[in-house]
Structure formats: structure tokens, C-alpha cells
Design a protein around this ligand. Structure first.
Ligand code: NI
Length: 209
């Protein structure tokens, strides 16, 4: 299947296109902000960070495209590895790249699935985690937070379990949790935007302007 339209970095890379084509149908089931466009954005950020940090950009790019397959499956990332392997096999990904993708995918998400998550042991795993977290920040991060809230039926504003609470519980902490220098730099502007948005939202929400 042809991957959906994407004109950003990686769009012309034959291997990335084949992998995207092999997984895009599975991502189609997602309405919570972890869709194919998220996978491409993580690829764009991740390959850029990989180049700056001396990590393998092909491994990071392929890992980015498959990292959230576990969400459509409703399982922890580690439990998606055989599905990931099957998709990479279908896309004709060389064995050594497919093998190197396993660890980054298994440990990319340290928030939702495990109490004591594994830490990234390879440069590619660190880069994937940073790229994934960067896509939760900035303007896209704001949009994804509200998309997720809508998809899961959260109230617009109440005391607990709201999109605004999520800014405080997670998004504003991400800047301090980057593993690579290149991602830390990218995180500054995105963090500043989150603070600006939140400040304005709170004032408008109180009817102050
Ligand atoms: Ni993700």
C-alpha cells in the first residue's frame, strides 16, 4: 500500500517509504494523536538529531515509523516486537537494521506502560525517545494533547484528568528529560511555546482577556 502523503524529510527515501506503506493501515485506526503523521514527524526530528549526534539515521528513521504500532494493538511496546518484525520483513528491511530497531522501539515510551521502564542503551534508542518527546511539545504537542483528550472523552476543564493537567504532569517536564544535546536545543523553543500557550489559556479561561 502507498504511504499517505508526506512531503517532509524522508519522503523520498525508498526504504522509509516501503516501511510506511507496510504500516500505514495499522496507524489508520488511531485517533489519539499517534497516527502516521506523528510517525513521519518523529522520523523527521529523529533523523535530524541522529545526524547531529552521530547515531544511525536509517535505524532511527525505520524505528520512528514503527514505534507506535503497539498503540493500535493496545499492548506495551515490547509486546509489539513480533508485529514490528513482520512489518519490516514485508517491507524488505535488511536484517541488521531490523535487529537494531528492536531496542529503540521496546524502550521508547517510559510513561504509560511500565512502572520501571528500561532505559535507552543505544544512541538510536536515546534519539528515538527524544524525537518522540519533542513531538509532544510545541504547537503540535498542544494539538495532540487536545486530540487525545477528545478521543478519550476527557472533559475540557475540570480538576483532574484533563488536557491542561497533562501539560503539568508531562509536557512541561519533557525539556528536562532529553537524552541528547541536539534534542535539548530543539526542546527550548517548543517548551517556551507551551508556557506561552498555557499562560494565555489560563488567563482567557478565567475571563481575563
Ligand atoms: Ni510516539
Amino acid at each position: 500500500m502507498d504511504p499517505p502523503e508526506w512531503a517532509g524529510p524522508g519522503a523520498d527515501h525508498p526504504l522509509f517509504r516501503r516501511v510506511a506503506g507496510a504500516v500505514c493501515e495499522q496507524y489508520d485506526r488511531d485517533s489519539s494523536g499517534h497516527d502516521m503523521s506523528h510517525a513521519w514527524r518523529v522520523l523527521a526530528l529523529g533523523t535530524r538529531i541522529a545526524d547531529a549526534e552521530g547515531a544511525d539515521a536509517t535505524v532511527v528513521g525505520v524505528a520512528a515509523l514503527v514505534h507506535d504500532l503497539h498503540r493500535a494493538m493496545g499492548v506495551a511496546p515490547r509486546e509489539s516486537l513480533s508485529a514490528v518484525e513482520a512489518a519490516l520483513d514485508a517491507a524488505g528491511v535488511p536484517d541488521e537494521i531490523a535487529a537494531a530497531v528492536r531496542h529503540p522501539v521496546a524502550v521508547h515510551d517510559d510513561y504509560s506502560w511500565e512502572d520501571d521502564p528500561a532505559s535507552p542503551d543505544t544512541a538510536e534508542a536515546a534519539v528515538l525517545r527524544d524525537a518522540d518527546n519533542l513531538d509532544a511539545m510545541g504547537a503540535v504537542g498542544v494539538a495532540r494533547t487536545f486530540a487525545f483528550a477528545g478521543a478519550t472523552g476527557q472533559p475540557f476543564r475540570a480538576a483532574e484528568n484533563t488536557p491542561i493537567q497533562h501539560f503539568h504532569d508531562k509536557l512541561l517536564r519533557l525539556r528536562g528529560e532529553m537524552h541528547t544535546e541536539a534534542a535539548r536545543e530543539l526542546a527550548e523553543e517548543r517548551h517556551a511555546f507551551l508556557e506561552t500557550f498555557l499562560d494565555r489559556f489560563e488567563r482567557e479561561h478565567r475571563g481575563e482577556r
